[in-house]
Design a protein around this ligand. Structure first.
Ligand code: GDP
Ligand code: ZN
Length: 381
């Protein structure tokens, strides 16, 4: 079973009893492995307890430890830096001493991280989830496939460091096999290096494949509202998991608590992180992610005459040549441009230097445009 030791209900706990052999068995269901154990060694020497953050709210967090879920204060490092605030999915070192809440003393270096801008006014990124291995992008087959949207989610996933996976949901609504194969192919072309699955929760098809993939790590579900994320989460968690969680999460007095976790161990193995913030996530500084989604464009761009070619009206542009020859779909170049623009825009909101570059670029484009018009007027072309 995927839950930790049955002592989980005590949040004000036993002091030293069994906390050295701790981790291994009970935390393994939450993703604890040899790598984390090695990273944690110096903290173990200080007598601190390892745990994984299952929920964060207002400077406090719930941490799953070998002692069950403990409430802990996270205001331990540079509170001004939002990237240094613990988030769901972090592995942390909890002080076993003290009352309720306890203290998180440190978090282990993150393997991956989902980050987004907090609001239009604030310049800092906000960290949404850490140590995610699989970014499952749910895409509904009930509506027309919007490849540009898929590309945005993939860029975000690559940027986080997690391996993306596209799940085409509601496959029962596309009964024609040839049509379905065609849709899969479209997505595969759009997503080089990304596995594409089709599932139907209604027919219970493909869910076992998804469960097997996510069993080896920590997964998040991304995708538009209505894409079928909750349905996938329920299928992965099993019908009764929420009830189980409710009975397990009791406070020290044996009452059921109403808090929800954003990180859950899956009965088939693996961990699912589902935070409200991740669902409507926007692009944030997804520079290298863009490159990975559009790897074939970046490859072509190496043959452009100018190093900083915008594949717009520059002479000797290998990307536009590929569009003209039919090698590269025009739609692909359009979404690439859009994503790059959007990404620059987000970065520009915080980075005056980039803002200046973009402005210079606009000026240059303006001048080019004027020159082109001039040339046209003079009968050139
Ligand atoms: P979310 O907003 O991404 O969490 O999407 P939901 O999981 O709430 O699903 C949105 C709608 O799609 C709901 O009405 C579901 O019943 C429906 N849905 C989910 N999975 C399937 C499926 O496999 N087949 C069909 N036909 N509908 C589905
Ligand atoms: Zn070019």
């Amino acid at each position: 079973m995927s839950f930790p030791s049955s002592s989980s209900s005590s949040s004000s706990s036993s002091s030293s009893s069994s906390s050295s052999s701790l981790s291994s068995s009970s935390l393994a269901a939450y993703g604890w492995d040899e790598g984390w154990e090695a990273e944690f060694a110096p903290y173990a020497e200080q007598g601190l307890l390892p745990g994984r953050v299952v929920r964060v709210d207002r400077g406090l967090c719930d941490v799953i430890t070998s002692d069950g879920i403990v409430r802990a204060d996270t205001e331990f490092v540079v509170p001004r830096d939002p990237m240094k605030v613990v988030c769901t999915g972090d592995w942390v070192a909890v002080d076993p001493e003290g009352g309720d809440p306890r203290y998180v003393r440190a978090y282990l270096p993150r393997r991956t991280a989902f980050v987004r801008s907090t609001s239009s006014k604030r310049s800092e990124g906000q960290i949404l989830a850490a140590n995610v291995d699989h970014a499952v992008v749910a895409v509904s087959l009930a509506v027309e496939l919007e490849l540009a949207r898929v590309e945005r989610f993939l860029a975000l996933a690559w940027e986080s460091g997690a391996q993306p996976l596209v799940v085409l949901t509601k496959a029962d609504l596309v009964p024609d096999a040839a049509t379905l194969a065609h849709l899969v192919q479209d997505v595969e072309t759009t997503a080089p290096g990304v596995p594409v699955l089709t599932v139907s929760a209604h027919l219970d098809e493909g869910l076992d494949v998804l469960a097997a993939i996510v069993s080896g790590g920590t997964a998040v579900l991304l995708g538009q509202s209505g894409a079928g994320k909750s349905t996938l989460a329920n299928a992965l968690l099993g019908d009764d998991i929420m009830d189980v969680q409710a009975t397990r999460d009791m406070d020290g007095k044996g009452r059921h608590t109403t808090t929800t976790r954003n990180l859950l161990a899956l009965p088939g193995g693996g961990v699912l992180i589902d935070t409200p913030g991740l669902r409507g996530v926007g692009l944030w500084d997804a520079g290298s992610g863009v490159g990975q989604v559009f790897s074939e464009i970046e490859d072509l761009a190496r043959d452009c005459r100018f190093h900083d070619c915008a594949h717009d009206s520059e002479p000797g542009c290998a990307v536009r040549e590929a569009v003209e020859s039919g090698e590269l779909p025009h739609r692909r170049l359009e979404s690439y441009r859009k994503l790059v623009r959007e990404n620059q825009w987000i970065v520009a909101k915080t980075d005056a230097r980039v803002r200046a570059e973009i402005k210079r670029d606009w000026k240059r484009k303006g001048a080019q445009g004027r020159a082109a018009m001039e040339a046209k007027r003079n009968g050139w072309r």
